[in-house]
Design a protein around this ligand. Structure first.
Ligand code: HEM
Length: 405
């Protein structure tokens, strides 16, 4: 699907987050924008803004008066073309605005409490070990194909109580939502209107209604707001959110961290020989390779830091660029495994801050620990053939590794 849009010649006035140059290495582009044009604009996607500094990203993230979350993935559909009932939105709470947002978020909190997440760690470790077992004896393999991409999908499918063999259905759906964003609007609309994922979810919901279990699907079916069970659209929407928010994001964070370790031997050796580095190293990988850029829509025309924003303009919210802002993070482009001050915003800022951050951190830590204990020494077998995902979630989708020890 790439190459549908014209190549970008000017990032200040015509940026496109699906352009191959941006996809391959966005950091120099963002650095230049932060210095010269902190709020870039593009007419693409019906009009979009890109605030790149930490201050601007933070200002938008905390402002729910001028910006709505009812659509959070920039594409060629104009708002209103999909069913986006404010303030709930299609995938609550991430697409909800106040005051409903707090209600939908509160309802989900118990499912992500630290104790619940800690209880999942043995399952994640077992999954990682089995995946690594399947690579044993190979001196070269694709770490994205054989390892990283299976971990978060296995965890979410397990949490929801769906059959593990259905993981491919989710991966395909997530690619449609997150990567096929530069399709013509009508084609994208048709793709979603087929409703395959809804049909699949309805089947799972029916099975759980017949035989309730101790999983997230039964939790959602039992949950109440103001004494009423959730509407079926709310249950489905939250399931979709957990798939979209929990799978590509974590897969990307694990992959980018492995990519870093594979291409930085000093860091790899330091982490292999000094276990005390793990806590700060995990936060540093999250800062430097934060995978998630969110989006907002402008609610009404207003002036924002010298720019006139118009109703229904898109605005990208690049937490990864905020995390590389030198004003907040000295040597921001350097990965410093023992960085002490690290108040990064990989998990967002404000009311929508990531609900799954405990789970994401645990998965990232366990996946890297298990990899490093099995393969303490490794490198990219062909650095030029690494590919990165396109759109608002960034991570390696092909990661050819050579095992050295
Ligand atoms: C490294 C992995 C992850 C990263 C970097 C990440 C990042 C983010 C970010 C930046 C937001 C803020 C959205 C906004 O401002 O609009 C967010 C929200 C959210 N994330 Fe994550 N996420 C990750 C993993 C997960 C996982 C594993 C789950 C759960 C399965 C999850 C569930 C959510 C939910 C439910 C929200 C919406 C919260 C709300 O709207 O109140 N995330 N995430």
């Amino acid at each position: 699907m790439s190459g549908r849009q014209a190549p970008v010649e000017n990032w200040e006035t015509d940026f496109d987050h699906t352009d191959p140059t941006w996809v391959r290495d966005p950091y120099p582009i963002w650095k230049d924008l932060r210095a010269r044009c902190p709020i870039a604009h593009s007419d693409r996607y019906g009009g979009a803004w890109f605030p790149s500094t930490h201050d601007l990203v933070s200002e938008v993230a905390y402002d729910t008066v001028h910006f709505t979350s009812r659509a959070v993935v920039v594409d060629n559909l104009r708002p209103g073309e999909l069913d986006l009932p404010a303030p709930i939105g299609v995938a609550p709470p991430i697409t909800s605005d106040p005051p409903f947002h707090a209600i939908a978020r509160r309802m989900l909190l118990p499912a992500f409490a630290p104790k619940k997440i800690a209880a999942l760690e043995p399952m994640v470790r077992k999954l990682c070990r089995e995946l690594l077992d399947s690579t044993s004896g190979k001196s070269q393999f694709d770490a994205a194909d054989d390892y990283t991409r299976h971990i978060p999908v296995g965890v979410i499918v397990g949490m929801l109580g769906f059959p593990l063999e259905d993981a491919d259905i989710f991966r395909q759906f997530i690619t449609q939502v997150l990567e096929k964003v530069d399709m013509p609007g009508e084609e994208r609309l048709n793709m979603f209107m087929q409703g395959e994922i809804e049909t699949y979810l309805d089947k799972q919901i029916e099975a759980h209604r017949a035989y309730p279990r101790d999983d997230l699907t039964s939790f959602l079916l039992d949950a109440e707001i103001d004494g009423n069970k959730l509407a079926i659209e709310h249950v489905r929407g939250t399931m979709i959110l957990l798939m979209v928010a929990g799978i590509d994001t974590t897969w990307s964070a694990i992959g980018a961290s492995l990519w870093h370790l594979a291409s930085h031997p000093d860091d790899r050796r330091a982490l292999a020989s000094d276990a005390s580095l793990w806590p700060t190293a995990i936060e540093e990988f999250l800062r430097a390779y934060a995978p998630v850029t969110m989006a907002r829509l402008v609610i009404d025309d207003f002036d924002f830091n010298g720019e006139r924003l118009h109703k229904d303009d898109w605005l990208l919210l690049p937490f990864p660029s905020a995390n590389r802002d030198e004003k907040v993070f000295p040597d921001a482009d350097c990965v410093i495994l023992d960085r002490q001050e690290n108040r990064h915003s990989a998990f967002g800022l404000g009311i929508h801050r990531c609900l799954g951050s405990n789970l994401a951190r645990m998965e990232l830590r366990v996946a890297l620990e298990e990899w490093m204990s099995r393969y303490p020494d490794f490198e990219l077998s062909d650095p030029d053939s690494v590919t990165w995902s396109k759109g608002q979630v960034r991570g390696p989708r092909s990661l050819p590794m050579r095992i050295l020890a």
